[in-house]
Design a protein around this ligand. Sequence first.
Ligand SMILES: Cc1cc2nc3c(=O)[nH]c(=O)nc-3n(C[C@H](O)[C@H](O)[C@H](O)COP(=O)(O)OP(=O)(O)OC[C@H]3O[C@@H](n4cnc5c(N)ncnc54)[C@H](O)[C@@H]3O)c2cc1C
Length: 491
Amino acid sequence: MTEQEYIQARRNEPWREELRKTVKAKERGERARVHMPELDPNYRSHSLKDEVNLGLSVEQAVFEAGRCLDCANPTCMEGCPVGIHIPSFIKNIERGNFLEAAKVLKETSALPAVCGRVCPQEKQCESKCIYIQKMKKEPVAIGYLERFAADYERESGKMSLPELAPANNIKIAVIGSGPAGLSFAGDMAKKGYDVIVFEALHEIGGVLKYGIPEFRLPNEIVDVEINVLRKMGVKFINNCIVGKTISHEDLHEDGFKGIFAASGAGLPNFMNIPGENLIGVMSSNEFLTRVNLMDASNPESDTPVQKGKKVAIIGAGNTAMDAVRTAKRLGAERAMVVYRRSEEEMPARIEEVKHAKEEGIEFYTLHNPIRYEGDENGRVQRMQLQKMELGEPDASGRRKPVPIEGATEWFDVDEVIVSVGVSPNPLIPSTFKGLEITKWGTIVVDQETMRSALPDVYAGGDIVRGGATVILAMGDGRKAAAAMDKALKGE
Ligand SMILES: Cc1cc2nc3c(=O)[nH]c(=O)nc-3n(C[C@H](O)[C@H](O)[C@H](O)COP(=O)(O)OP(=O)(O)OC[C@H]3O[C@@H](n4cnc5c(N)ncnc54)[C@H](O)[C@@H]3O)c2cc1C
């Protein structure tokens, strides 16, 4: 696609309306933040594959980039765990140097098109923008611009590769191909190492593939960024469970000089309340993995998923939003989020909550399930919710939900998806003898280097943090790569 064609394509509906608003705002001399063009909620709430956010038009991106004040001390960068030079990529967009902007992103991030879509920017870079810090205005839309530059480069067909150091033929193993593993692999490949990523599943990408649905993050986008790593020399071996298919000792015997454990936290938590083992009650991990990776929305597939009509999702993180919006897309007439605190405490990205509401998802905040009951076939039929109120802040700093005595309600449901957190995958912690493990099953590392108690094993992402975010996992990968490189060079 030529630049002209790209610009033309983005002048069609629904970009036109947003563009009109942007031009008007500019004429009035306003500097309001642009809005992301989106698919119509009525249409999108029936489509599993169509991406909800459509990306900024060229005009919107250049306008938004012009809002960035190019601060002498860019505080936004403090909020980016992978250290993207934010003003530099944004000012390239303002000047129309879109490919150069993408290059800046790729200096420090292996997954810019992914992060531009799923990072909680409101808690990271954008929360540190001078507009919000000092002027009480809306921050520059750093995430939207990141996505714009990465998408522009991909759609132009002129994908650049980061500079690579000469090959040093030192073999490095990565366990897990989620954002932590991919980010680490990219940095080590840049430094000249021979990197092999071992992945237990048949698909590469970790949660980016098995968890986050395509209406939020299309697989094609993830694959393009993984292919850049392939072109940089990173090798991927799927269907290989480290700790089972091959052991720590095998990796040593095969000559691997360093190992990065990035095996994530894919073990779902349950609430251990009566009725949780009824048919139709499942974890969000199971539900999303089956739909995303096993074609389970197709009744002809080997393991089709039940398509509930009255579906309750327990929890209010990103995973819960993905599950409830997927259930809606599979045909739920009533899809509801049940959350024990108030909307303010919801851990999900603000945009996901907004999108869910627009799509007709019902929210029962300050409610908590206490039991499920089934029909004569053992299938879930109804749930009892306990009404809650907020008390004093707990250890997480959020106000603690407290049951209101005697205040309960029953709701009819035919499917319940439990999304109340995850625990680390236990295989690496249990089979790599000598690792130090916390009581939550996470691997203990030195915070500066990500090095574990085993000198050749570094770890990062959810296996260390126990369920965090894409960008924090990527930041860990970068930190570990820098430290492992130094250690291997004897510095
Ligand atoms: C549904 C869902 C939605 C989310 N949405 C967001 C969001 O919008 N924004 C955000 O920032 N974060 C989001 N998160 C959280 C984020 O995705 C995770 O924090 C992040 O993926 C962690 O990265 P990771 O690389 O540590 O682990 P993962 O992404 O979990 O990857 C670990 C990989 O290791 C593999 N593996 C495990 N054990 C082995 C083994 N023994 N051998 C070989 N391979 C192994 C697994 O199969 C997996 O592919 C979401 C999470 C979920 C589940």
